[in-house]
Design a protein around this ligand. Structure first.
Ligand SMILES: Nc1ncnc2c1ncn2[C@@H]1O[C@H](COP(=O)(O)OP(=O)(O)OP(=O)(O)O)[C@@H](O)[C@H]1O
Ligand SMILES: [Mg+2]
Length: 282
């Protein structure tokens, strides 16, 4: 099973979802490989590996397909992390590989080809991609059996269904019929909105933040906006999961381990466990 996490907007929870779902799949006894296809290398550091340039990384794997660069396969760069999840690490260098990829004919299928060389060494492969629609995302989508699309409740939500259909169109254009984008993950769904709200709504939000008062009254239409957006997403995805804002997420990432090993019973972990269960059962 190869699952790619994608969304062209930054900060929607791709890396967080990838790492925590990996963690639960690992708990289920799967041999899990995370491929970090993002030059930001957040999945790499999130698994406790320093994304330094003197280590072989995805940069070398992609560059192997360009010109006379030495032959480096995924198997050469994979390392076992402290959580037991295997990682094909990234580094900032990766950004420098992208221009070379444009010289390669079958450039969208490089990752798919590199994964094929691994044979059946891993039960699950999860691919983290950068916030763009460049070559690395394309490679992630082409390699995938399934695509998980992550959404935050901020600016993207303001664009609503229009941007959602753009993503679905992109996925279809680039990968044809072979990949299913059937799982959506709404992340940090109850976080204070980035968008301005009415003075009244702002007061209610502050009260909620400082005193933990349930948001029962007028919140400047924020609740309605989120519900409407959630319903829009449900029209396009078979399964939609909602992950609440949970500070354990950042703490786990700082410690270089996924939630099942850090706070297995926290609210966000419970949702990620369900997503992993679904992916594991299909
Ligand atoms: N449910 C959550 N609760 C609290 N914090 C979260 C949650 N989900 C994600 N975050 C935090 O939000 C930030 C963005 O998440 P993440 O890095 O996973 O997004 P991304 O889509 O991978 O970003 P990028 O597009 O830059 O790669 C991170 O700091 C992460 O720790
Ligand atoms: Mg990321």
């Amino acid at each position: 099973m190869i699952v790619t996490f994608a969304h062209h907007k930054g900060g929607t929870g791709k890396t967080t979802s990838c790492l925590n779902i990996s963690g639960f799949l690992h708990e289920y006894g799967k041999r899990v490989l995370v491929i970090d296809c993002d030059p930001q290398a957040n999945a790499t550091s999130g698994l406790g590996i320093d994304p330094c340039s003197d280590r072989l990384s995805m940069y070398d794997v992609f560059m192997s397909y360009a010109g006379d660069y030495p032959d480096v396969g995924l198997a050469d760069i994979i390392t076992e992390t402290k959580s037991g999840i295997f990682l094909a690490p990234s580094s900032l260098d990766l950004v420098g590989a992208e221009p070379y990829l444009y010289t390669i004919d079958n450039r969208a299928a490089i990752l798919k080809d590199a994964i094929a060389e691994l044979g059946d060494a891993y039960g699950c492969i999860l691919i983290d991609t950068p916030p763009s629609m460049g070559q690395f995302v394309l490679n992630g989508l082409v390699a995938a059996d399934r695509v998980v699309v992550t959404f935050d409740s901020g600016i993207f939500a303001l664009k609503g269904a229009e941007a959602l259909s753009t993503i679905m169109g992109d996925v279809e254009t680039y990968v044809g019929d072979t990949v299913v984008a059937d799982v959506a993950v709404l992340t940090q769904w109850d976080k204070a909105p980035a968008a301005p709200v009415s003075a009244e709504g702002f007061g209610a939000r502050l009260k909620q933040l400082f005193f933990g008062t349930p948001d029962s009254g007028d919140n400047g239409g924020e609740k309605e906006r989120l519900t409407a957006f959630e319903n829009d997403v449900k029209k396009s995805f078979e399964t939609v999961y909602t992950v609440p804002f949970d500070t354990n997420i950042q703490k786990a990432q700082e410690n270089g381990i996924p939630l099942p090993q850090f706070a297995p019973e926290c609210e966000a972990a419970c949702v990620y466990r369900k997503i992993a269960e679904q992916l594991n059962s299909q």
